[in-house]
Design a protein around this ligand. Structure first.
Ligand code: HAM
Length: 421
């Protein structure tokens, strides 16, 4: 019996890796332009970090974590998201004593025991950014602009920026009470999930995807209408910043996010093409999280994109050119006796930074030429035969479909020069 990969995981095969590299390079370039530096944290953390940070009553903590006891009986969890680990690292390494705001980005796998479907996996990858140490609403606006710029750079043109404000600890309880009162009389018409959420996390009733629930909750009070004066001013300043940056947005009262740490600004980037999973990235402000993780009171704001969803959206929307193979030279050996010189020549050329491939399947010259074409070699060096007696080789330019004889001593210089053109 053959063994399959675990449900909800993906192999990223060599043919697909070029698209990943290209995506990673693009998001890293944008992060660099906005002043973010990379941070790398462990793939697993103490379970308590997520229980405390993400929130005990969230779907992630209740149903989706990969939690296990290690051999020393510590409860560990494969990270389901990146924000809580970054905050932990910020506190643990005393980064609050350094230059603020602390602006970091990360790229890497995350794990959630979700029901797999297109764009939803159990191991997926995120590109995320976090800025810790500033409560300035213009930082929120800049962050949203950066998320938008990532999409623009990738050619994801059909996108919508949804934004909301969830208020602060001061004004949210009154809003939740108002929402509960509104929903109370309609509970019978809501789905089981929403009824369970009504008690524990009523905000999440607003983002239920069920059509009947959406109809019932369409006239619910909006969070932005219940903000205290400070939160309302913050939200107005964020929107003002976005207008100054000429960024189009939709204020969306249903955008409540699935993690408990958010305060004030919340945002998501939506696309319609990738099936049920229309949000390709999201984030917001989390002004209490550093303190909850044992650090000094420090505001924070950030977002994360799912890389698989960015790739899906890009595939749907942008014409992505096939990446060249990157292989520069193929060395064809005419006869068995030419294989050792071919091996030596390949090693010499690689020392000079040229990428070289050889035949290891005993192919004929004709088959080797065909193979060189198939793997996209730019130049082919044919070694052996009569030319070898003159210490020469034949070089074929596969693009120009021309070949010429060269002395071995001229070969490296010629290859380097041709490859630079
Ligand atoms: P999130 O909305 O849970 O936020 O995840 C961010 C993105 O990760 C989603 O928009 C989606 O693209 C991707 N994603 C989430 N779950 C899956 C899945 N099962 N399969 C594929 N992709 C998925 C966070 O994780 C926050 N930490 C974002 C943040 C950073 N907020 C502040 N800073």
């Amino acid at each position: 019996m053959s063994i399959h990969k675990p449900r909800g995981t993906n192999d990223i095969l060599p043919d697909q890796v070029a698209a990943w590299h290209n995506l990673e390079k693009t998001v890293q370039a944008v992060a660099g332009e906005y002043g973010y530096r990379e941070i790398r944290t462990p793939i697993f953390e103490h379970t308590e970090l997520f229980a405390r940070g993400v929130g005990e009553h969230t779907d992630i903590v209740e149903k989706e974590m990969y939690t296990f006891l290690d051999r020393g009986s510590s409860s560990l969890t494969l990270r389901p998201e990146g924000t809580a680990p970054i905050v932990r690292a910020f506190v643990e390494n005393g980064l609050y004593n350094q230059v603020l705001p602390c602006k970091v980005y990360y790229l890497g796998p995350m794990f959630r025991y979700d029901r797999p479907q297109a764009g939803r996996y159990r191991q997926f990858h995120q590109f995320g950014v976090e800025a810790l140490g500033s409560a300035d609403p213009l930082l929120d606006a800049e962050m949203i602009k950066m998320a938008d710029e990532v999409c623009r750079r990738l050619g994801i043109t059909q996108r919508e920026m949804h934004i909301n404000s969830l208020g602060c600890r001061g004004c949210r309880p009154a809003y939740i009470q108002k929402l509960r009162q509104h929903l109370q009389g309609r509970l019978a018409a809501l789905c089981d999930n929403c009824r369970a959420r009504f008690d524990r996390n009523p905000l999440r009733v607003l983002d239920c995807k069920n059509e009947a629930c959406r109809r019932e909750t369409a006239d619910s009070p909006a969070p932005v209408d219940s903000l205290c004066a400070d939160c309302a001013a913050h939200f107005a300043a964020v929107l003002n910043g976005l207008q100054a940056l000429e960024l189009q947005y939709v204020v969306d009262m249903r955008l409540v996010r699935g993690l408990d740490y958010y305060t004030l600004t919340a945002f998501e980037i939506m696309v319609s093409e990738i099936g049920a999973q229309s949000s390709i990235g999201g984030g917001g402000r989390y002004d209490r999280l550093v303190e909850e993780c044992g650090g000094p009171a420090t505001p924070g704001v950030g977002f994360a994109f799912g890389l698989e969803r960015l790739l899906l959206a890009r595939e749907q929307q942008a014409a992505v050119n096939a990446e060249p193979s990157g292989l520069e030279v193929f060395i064809a050996a005419l006869a068995a006796a030419d294989r050792i010189p071919a091996l030596q020549l390949a090693a010499q050329l690689r020392e000079q930074g040229i990428s070289v491939e050889l035949d290891f399947l005993g192919r004929s010259l004709k088959a080797q030429m065909k193979f060189a074409g198939k793997i996209g070699a730019r130049l082919v060096v044919i070694i052996g035969g009569e030319e070898a007696t003159r210490d020469a080789v034949v070089v074929r330019d596969m693009r120009a479909a021309k070949q010429q004889e060269l002395q071995r001593s001229e070969l490296a210089g010629f290859l380097v020069e041709t490859l630079e053109q």
